[in-house]
Each structure stands twice: as structure tokens, then as C-alpha cells.
Design a protein around this ligand. Structure first.
Ligand code: HEC
Length: 486
């Protein structure tokens, strides 16, 4: 089955309820080994200047650089996607078909030939088998079917879009990329350890990776769980790493001081992890739906589960609302996005009350949002191609369209120090910073093609760390350090 061959995480078909008394905790001391990774730096030529949406400031050197770019540059995923007519059908397609890998030339035109309807039919049939709504890893909408998808898409991709000129890096910015030790890994999430090290979840090698930025070497730290499938990671105020282990239905805590692991079985495929001010970890069940579950793991390991309100249509359909990111606001309210359910849902752990807010655009794919210090949510609407500001005090959404078409904003990170929001693209090999004061985006093009940005973290010096991850990976797995230079 495709699941096993490609290393796609296997999800449980049953979802056994666990209570705190039955949660098992195991402790281990792992061995760390050092491996060498390679780094590549992309400095910006001094004469290149800032590019803002709608304004292209071209210096002579940039004009020369553009002219020297090969004319027939391979279109990027965002450019292929722009061939598809905007609307609900497209947004559902983006949700179903661009969450694991980009819609790149290999998908659209293998060996330079447009993929035929029959080819698409066969490919979508394969995709449905391991990730359709009735599969063990249900990340697609329940209406997705091979025949109609193939019939819709094949006639739309017969022409080749022209690759647009790339924005240049803003003056003073640099980007350095670091290859993971194993090219076939998937750098899913990135966080900054309490010692300032960059830590990365190696989803396919089942290890944690620690980057020493001075020697440019990664150490790998084994997780004491078979096929641990590390996905999300956060570091708490005491320096503990909280790592979501997808397929094993667990959350592992690593004490960096003692190098000990504790494994908490949570009885569900958790998607993301958030930490609250009291040091509790919160996880959401990616495939829970009737009801959607979030679980709190207290410092002493006690687990408490909470039910979120049912989704009006998807809780009882095949598939489900697909709970996605989880974050805790400064006032202790827990927030969860529903990628398929198109809602943002809150939970007050004290009163156990929940509220659900429908996104302003249908099928807009609220993905990895963040919360600023005023409690305002910054939500990337993946298929809606917008960044949204949501103020829980008023229930109002403010919508900001991305500066390019089909940029597929996957993740947003609040940069409190600069007062901007970083937005990572799933399709355009770009991260943007968004300044709420001016409502402007600044583009930072990434050196790699196929850099599907799933996560970001900001280090103590203010540099932004970016994890690129696609499955199947088209490029060696990497993280990048973006020094914005301002
Ligand atoms: C759960 C992750 C996932 C989802 C969702 C997904 N794919 Fe894939 N896709 C893969 C993997 C893994 C492969 C490589 C294995 C294979 O081809 O079976 C792949 C391969 C492909 C290929 C072949 C590309 C090649 O290298 O020749 C096409 C075409 C494709 N996918 C299209 C789609 C479409 C269309 C959808 C939506 C219906 C979709 N995918 C949804 C994971 C996914």
C-alpha cells in the first residue's frame, strides 16, 4: 500500500478513549550522535532594493539579473495553480491536493508532457487510497473522487504559464539554507531551544535534529518510540521540548537538562501542540470529529480531555472538519483551526465553554495561525489566499489578500519584536512579512524551489527559521535561516 512505501504517516482507524489514570509514561536516556549537514548562503547583492506588492524597484543590476534569467524557467506551483479558475471547486481542490506536495511541473507535466485525464484519474485514485476521507489518514474532503477531479483538471493545464520574475531580497537580508543529514527526511517543524539551538522534527527519519549554527552540524537525538513520526514541537519555559508523535498517538517530552524522555499516550493522532502560561501542553486530535477533542497534559502528566462543539455538517460525514493548529491566547483561552471545517473554535478551560466562528470565505482553509500579545489571531487562509486578523473581542475578521495569486499561506508567526507577521507560502517558495501598520507585505524569495513552508520560529537574535517540507519531497530536506536585515 502507498502508505507504507512512501512513509506517509499511518493514522489509527480506531480512536480509543484514554483517561489520565491509564496514560503511560516511559523515561529513557537517548544517545546523541552528530552528523554533518551542509549549509548554503544566499547573500543579497548590495544594489538590489526592496520590492513591495505592486512596486518593482529595479536597479540596473537587477534588470541585468532578470535579463540573464533563463527565459523558459520552470513555473512554480503557484503559477500552475493560477491556471485553475478561482472559486469553491478550486479552493476545495487546493485543500485536498496541495497539502502534502506542491502542484509542481512533475505533478502537472511529467517529462514535459501534460498529464492526461487517465493519468490524473490513476494518480487521484492512488491518493484517495491513502489519504481520502474514508482512508486511515483522512485529509481530503469526502466529495473528492478520481473521475470528476481528472475531468476537471486535465483540460485546464494544457498550456504552460510563463514564470513571473522573482522579487529580489530586501536590502540587507540574507538567507542561509541547511540540508538535513538525510535528504529524504521531512523537516516538519522548527523551534528554538532554551540554549538557543535550532531543533527540527525529522518526520521521516523519526528523529529530532539539533543544529549547531557555528559548526553547521546537526546532531540527531533518537526518540524512544518505534517509528516515532515526530511532527510538531514547542519548547516550554523550563526548556522542555514537547514533541507530537503522530502515528504512535503520543506526545513526548524531552528534558534537555537530563536528556530524559517522557512519553504520554494521548489516544489520538495529535496534530499540533501549544503551551499555556502555567506550563501545560495542549494537543488537538487531527481526525477527531464527533466531538473534536483537545487534551491538556499537565506538568505532572495528568491528562484532561475537552470536547469542542460539533461541526454542523462535517462531524457526521466521512472525513471530518480536520482540526489543525492549536494555540493558547495570553488570557488562557485555547484556539483550534479547522482546516476542512472552515472554522476557528475557542475553548475556555475554566468554564469549559466553547465558541465557533465561521471564516468569512467558504472552503478557505484556516491553517497554522498564531496569536499576538493582544490576543488577536493571525490566520493564514490557505486556499483563500488571504491573511486574516481575527479579534475575539469583537468577533470581527479583517482580510488581507496575499500579494500574489495562489500563494497558499500555510503558516503565520507573530514577530512581537518587529511588530510584523511572518507568512510562509506552500506554493511560491517565498515567505512574506506583513506589517499591520501599513497593511503591506514584503517578499523574501527562498533560494530553493519546491520549498513548501510548513513552519517557522524566531530566534533570540530575531532571525526567522523556516522548515521546508513536502511529501514526497522534491528537494533534499532543509531548514533556512532568514536574517531580515532590519
Ligand atoms: C496525504 C498526502 C497527499 C495528498 C493529500 C495528495 N497527495 Fe499526491 N502524492 C503524495 C505522495 C506521497 C505521492 C508519491 C507517491 C505516489 O505517486 O503514489 C504523490 C504523488 C502524486 C502524483 C504523481 C507525481 C509524480 O511524481 O509523478 C500526482 C499527479 C499527485 N500526487 C496528485 C495529487 C492530487 C491531484 C491530489 C488530490 C486529489 C493529491 N495528489 C493529494 C501525497 C499526497
Amino acid at each position: 500500500m502507498g502508505v507504507v512505501r512512501t512513509g506517509i504517516p499511518r493514522a489509527p482507524t480506531t480512536n480509543p478513549a484514554r483517561d489520565a489514570s491509564r496514560a503511560s509514561v516511559r523515561r529513557f536516556v537517548p544517545r546523541a550522535s552528530t552528523r554533518t549537514g551542509t549549509a548554503r548562503t544566499l547573500p543579497v547583492p548590495a544594489s538590489l532594493t526592496t520590492m513591495r506588492p505592486g512596486t518593482i524597484l529595479l536597479t540596473g543590476l537587477l534588470l541585468a539579473a532578470v535579463a540573464a534569467t533563463p527565459v523558459a524557467e520552470d513555473p512554480r506551483s503557484s503559477e500552475w495553480l493560477a491556471l485553475l479558475p478561482d472559486g469553491e471547486a478550486k479552493r476545495q481542490f487546493l485543500l485536498d491536493c496541495t497539502g502534502c506536495h506542491q502542484f509542481d511541473s512533475q505533478v502537472v507535466r511529467p517529462n514535459g508532457q501534460p498529464r492526461t485525464r487517465e493519468d490524473f484519474d490513476a494518480a487521484v485514485t492512488r491518493m484517495l487510497a491513502f489519504s481520502g476521507a474514508t482512508s486511515g489518514f483522512p485529509v481530503m474532503g469526502h466529495e473528492r473522487a478520481a473521475g470528476p477531479t481528472a475531468a476537471w483538471i486535465a483540460p485546464l493545464i494544457t498550456k504552460t504559464p510563463t514564470a513571473a520574475a522573482r522579487p529580489s531580497l530586501p536590502a540587507g537580508a540574507t538567507i542561509t539554507e541547511y540540508d538535513l543529514p538525510e535528504a529524504r527526511d521531512l523537516a516538519h517543524d522548527v523551534a528554538i531551544d532554551s540554549s538557543g539551538s535550532v531543533i527540527v522534527t525529522g518526520m521521516m527519519t523519526h528523529e529530532m535534529l539539533v543544529l549547531d549554527t557555528t559548526t553547521r552540524r546537526f546532531s540527531s537525538i533518537a526518540i524512544p518510540v518505534n517509528r516515532a513520526n515526530p511532527r510538531a514541537v514547542e519548547v516550554d519555559g523550563r526548556g522542555n521540548w514537547w514533541v507530537v508523535l503522530g502515528s504512535p498517538n503520543a506526545v513526548a517530552k524531552f528534558n534537555a537538562m537530563t536528556s530524559r524522555w517522557e512519553v504520554h499516550n494521548v489516544g489520538m493522532y495529535a496534530h499540533s501542540v501549544a503551551l499555556d502560561a502555567a506550563g501545560n501542553a495542549w494537543v488537538n486530535g487531527h481526525f477527531t470529529k464527533d466531538p473534536v477533542k483537545v487534551t491538556r497534559i499537565a506538568r505532572d502528566g495528568t491528562q484532561t480531555s475537552f470536547d469542542l462543539p460539533r461541526h454542523p455538517t462535517l462531524s457526521r460525514a466521512p472525513g471530518g472538519p480536520i482540526p489543525y493548529e492549536i494555540r493558547v491566547a495570553p488570557n488562557g483561552i485555547v484556539w483550534v483551526s479547522e482546516l476542512g471545517g472552515n472554522r476557528i473554535v475557542s475553548l475556555d478551560p475554566v468554564t469549559k465553554r466553547s465558541r465557533a466562528f465561521e471564516m468569512p470565505m467558504t472552503h478557505s482553509g484556516p491553517r497554522r495561525f498564531d496569536i499576538d500579545r493582544n490576543g488577536v489571531l493571525w490566520i493564514p487562509a490557505y486556499s483563500g489566499n488571504e491573511l486574516l486578523k481575527f479579534d475575539p473581542a469583537t468577533g470581527a475578521f479583517t482580510r488581507y489578500a496575499l500579494p500574489i495569486r495562489d500563494g497558499l499561506p500555510y503558516v503565520a508567526k507573530v514577530d512581537a519584536r518587529r511588530g510584523v507577521i511572518w507568512v510562509g507560502s506552500g506554493s511560491a517558495d517565498i515567505v512574506w512579512s506583513f506589517d499591520p501598520a501599513t497593511a503591506r507585505f514584503t517578499a523574501y524569495p527562498l533560494p530553493s524551489r519546491g520549498a513548501m513552508v510548513r513552519h517557522m520560529a524566531i530566534d533570540g537574535a530575531g532571525d526567522v527559521w523556516i522548515a521546508y517540507g513536502a511529501s514526497p519531497g522534491r528537494i533534499p530536506s532543509r531548514v533556512a535561516r532568514l536574517h531580515p536585515g532590519r
